[in-house]
Design a protein around this ligand. Structure first.
Ligand code: S3P
Length: 428
């Protein structure tokens, strides 16, 4: 049980560089592993999820060294992975699991994937079914982990994705690299495009059409290792952006944050709500990057629907928190994917926010929140529901009350941001 810091009298102040992006760190290891030559990742995220990816590829015979946040991957090429005698442990990481399913589908050996209790309840047919259309052979446990993948020769497909999911898209891209002809994927809505950008940098042939949702991937056995600095994770920066917006008297600067448009939904939402954010972007050749300065502001309510969800999917708990202090009623809909994250995030947010006396109503696919209702602590013992992002949003919510609060499962932050509470302290 952790005692959370309550309302800081002077607000949040100072400058912070958040840890590296989780999605990019995972993909850096994976693409580095199947490339020829060395890949160096600087500012790699050393959280439990990314370390699950690192360990899985070591188990598949890829030499990988880590010195703090610098990781060196000695690529073995697309056909150089080796079978593992033990199952690969995916830990809590959905990204590791789904992407590796796509990659292993085209290999010449069999692999079993296992995960923790939370990951073992998450849906895997969204990946196994489209992969099966390419000829992949895999068995799930009633649609969940454990999954056994028996590598096969894959064939190209023209496939329309059934969920707006970058994990599913990326699994299919990694499979398509090993297919006999170019594959076309059509997304429901544009989702984070790190795989596409990074694959291009590693020498792959992947194009996204002008419609933003039609992706063509050519088979490509020869990728080349790269050196890259991982940008700060927008999904981690988002906690402090929210805190500084809501706690009166705050002014903070977050350095070198990834500003890829498929990830900046919270930034746009905050601006629409009347947030005080200034962006100093830096010229880069790879992923867009910049410094964000955030000051506290009075916020207006917002309505968010399905089209806006992918760019803010991991930040929706924070949108709910912003809405809980806005001067009106906000509606967030089209977010049913939140129900299949590390926990059911709709239910977790509603349960925990009600403990703070927030006027929140649960919808099947989102929430309605009346920010005009004053908060009052009904139950001071909050619960992270074993979900890193729920733990962190509650850590931020505590800054808006004066009553001391306790958090069960605060350790869940290790999944994406082990230093979260220390970094927060730095700004208080
Ligand atoms: C991720 C994609 C998203 C996101 C997750 C990371 C990725 O999941 O929620 O934290 O790295 O591709 P979905 O693809 O399931 O939406």
């Amino acid at each position: 049980m952790r005692t959370l810091k309550t309302k800081p009298a002077q607000g949040l102040h100072g400058e912070l560089t958040v840890p590296g992006d989780k999605s990019i760190s995972h993909r850096g290891i994976m693409l580095g592993a199947i490339s020829e030559g060395t890949t160096t990742l600087t500012h790699f995220l050393t959280s439990a999820d990314c370390l699950s990816t690192l360990a899985a590829f070591q188990q598949l015979g890829v030499p990988i060294e880590r010195d703090g946040t610098t990781v060196t991957v000695h690529g073995v090429g697309l056909h150089g992975l080796k079978p593992s005698s033990e199952p690969l442990d995916m830990g809590n990481s959905g990204t590791t699991t789904r992407l590796i399913m796509g990659l292993l589908a085209g290999q010449s050996f069999k692999t079993t994937l296992v995960g923790d209790d939370s990951l073992s309840t998450r849906p895997m047919r969204r990946v196994s079914e489209p992969l099966a259309t390419m000829g992949a052979k895999m068995t799930t446990t009633d649609g969940h982990l454990p999954v056994t993948v028996t590598g096969q020769k894959l064939h190209a497909v023209h496939y329309q994705l059934k969920v707006a999911s970058a994990q599913v898209k990326s699994a299919l891209i990694l499979a398509a690299l090993q297919a006999d002809d170019p594959t076309t994927l059509i997304e429901k809505l544009p989702t984070r495009d790190h795989t596409e950008r990074m694959l291009t940098a590693f020498g792959g042939d992947i194009q996204t059409a002008a419609d933003g949702v039609t992706i063509t991937v050519a088979p490509q056995p020869h990728l080349t290792g790269q050196s890259m600095t991982v940008p700060g994770d927008m999904s981690s920066a988002a906690f402090f952006m929210t805190a500084a917006s809501l706690v009166p008297g705050s002014k903070i600067t977050l350095k070198d944050v990834g500003l890829n448009k498929t990830r900046t939904g919270l930034l746009e939402i905050l601006k629409t709500m009347g947030g005080n954010v200034s962006i100093k972007s830096e010229p880069t050749t790879g992923e867009p990057l910049g410094d964000l300065t955030i000051q506290s502001a009075d916020l207006k309510p917002i309505n968010i629907g399905k089209d806006q969800i992918p760019a803010v999917i991991d930040e929706l708990p924070l949108v709910a928190l912003l809405a809980a202090k806005a001067n009106g009623i906000s509606r967030i809909t089209g977010a049913e994917e939140l129900r299949v994250k590390e926990t059911d995030r709709i239910s977790a947010i509603v349960t925990e926010f009600k403990k703070l006396g927030i006027a929140i109503e649960e919808l099947p696919d989102g929430f309605v929140i009346d920010g005009r209702q004053p908060w009052h602590v009904v139950d001071p013992v909050l619960d992270a529901h074993d979900d890193h992002r729920i733990g962190m949003v509650l850590g931020i919510a505590a800054l808006l009350v004066e009553t001391p609060l306790q958090l069960k499962g605060a350790d869940s932050v290790r999944i994406s941001y082990p230093e979260f509470f220390d970094d927060l302290d730095q700004l208080l």
